[in-house]
Structure formats: structure tokens, C-alpha cells
Design a protein around this ligand. Structure first.
Ligand SMILES: [Zn+2]
Length: 194
């Protein structure tokens, strides 16, 4: 597991437990989730914010592969973002990620319940599968996440579909099944259910 040091409390924490923060007083700093939330609570004037820690959870995807999800709560001003991510692909532009927004002062277990329901719904759908011609789109809809391809000086994306990394070229090749068809591309916030 890759680790990083929090710029505020100096704790060594897992990479997934950090956030890049920019404020008026500081330039880009890497903070642990706890320090980020503490500073954000102060900034937003929330005195009684209590960050609930949730244990990792294992859930299967549509292919039956079990993924371990870690959770974290991030205070974003007047919203609380509860995020779940697949740590098997930590630091890579791949893996499932889910986010649910809620009220920071409401019961965080209720928000967790809603997030888990959403995860189950989305994990149950497979958009691509391996066929005779390589990876293919199962139906006529493909949902995923846009990520940077990680190649230095590259301004090219890769996509993450069904928790797996799909190269931009590969996505193009898969779309050739639909040559002559129309398409509609809509980008949505990470917390939206699409
Ligand atoms: Zn810290």
C-alpha cells in the first residue's frame, strides 16, 4: 500500500486517505482526511462535525469478482461527500469509485446505507465483456469514468468501465461495432448516478 505524509499533522497515512488542498494561506498541500475535515469544519463554521470511520466492505461485481471497498468522508463546505473506492487498484486509473453527497450534520450511517444501495445497483451492471474480437460493449450504453492515461506529457484520457481501465484506442475500436450509428456523450459529476 503506498503511503504519504500529511503536511499538517505529519502522520504517515495510506495514499487513499489523503487529499490535495489549496487554501488562501497555503498553496497545494497534501493533507490526511482528518486534517482536511478539521480545517474545512473550521472554515465552514461547523463546530460539531464528527467524522465517522467505516470498516472496509467486500462486494461482488456483475462477473462475480469480489472487490474490497474502503470508505472515507470528506467535508466539502456544506456537503459531506462519502466515497467508496476499490483499493486493489489504488493509485491506478482503474477500479470502481462511488460517491454520495449528504448533509454533514445528519446521520452518516444513513448516508452509508444509501451509498451501499447505489454501489450494489451499479456493480450489478456489466457494460463490456470479452468476446471473440476482444473487449466488446454488451448493450448500447457504456458508462464509465474519465481518467488521465498516466503517460508523461500526454493530454489523453483513458476510461474506466466496469472498474477496469480501457484505453482510449480500445474504446474507439469497441465503438466500431456501431459504425454509422449516432451517439450522445454527456459528462456528469462523480456523485451523480448515471
Ligand atoms: Zn493530518
Amino acid at each position: 500500500m503506498s503511503v504519504s505524509q500529511c503536511a499538517a499533522c505529519k502522520a504517515i497515512v495510506p495514499r487513499h486517505d489523503t487529499v490535495h488542498a489549496v487554501s488562501d494561506e497555503h498553496s497545494d498541500r497534501l493533507l490526511c482526511t482528518a486534517c482536511f475535515n478539521r480545517e474545512m469544519a473550521k472554515h465552514a463554521g461547523i463546530d460539531d462535525f464528527d467524522e465517522t470511520k467505516f470498516e472496509p466492505m467486500r462486494l461482488p461485481d456483475a462477473r462475480g469478482t469480489v472487490h474490497e471497498f474502503h470508505f472515507r468522508s470528506l467535508l466539502l463546505g456544506d456537503k459531506l461527500s462519502l466515497e467508496a473506492f476499490d483499493t486493489t487498484s489504488e493509485g491506478q486509473p482503474s477500479g470502481y469509485r462511488f460517491q454520495m453527497l449528504g448533509d454533514p450534520l445528519s446521520d452518516q450511517f444513513v448516508l452509508l446505507g444509501k451509498l451501499i444501495e447505489k454501489m450494489r445497483r451499479l456493480l450489478a451492471v456489466a457494460h463490456v465483456r470479452h468476446g471473440g474480437l476482444g473487449l466488446q460493449i454488451v448493450n448500447e450504453t457504456i458508462r464509465g469514468r474519465i481518467e488521465w492515461d498516466g503517460v508523461e506529457h500526454s493530454h489523453m484520457p483513458c476510461a474506466v468501465v466496469d472498474g477496469r481501465r480501457v484505453e482510449w484506442d480500445e474504446l474507439g475500436r469497441m465503438l466500431m461495432t456501431f459504425e454509422g450509428w449516432q451517439f450522445k456523450l454527456e459528462v456528469r459529476d462523480p456523485s451523480d448516478e448515471i
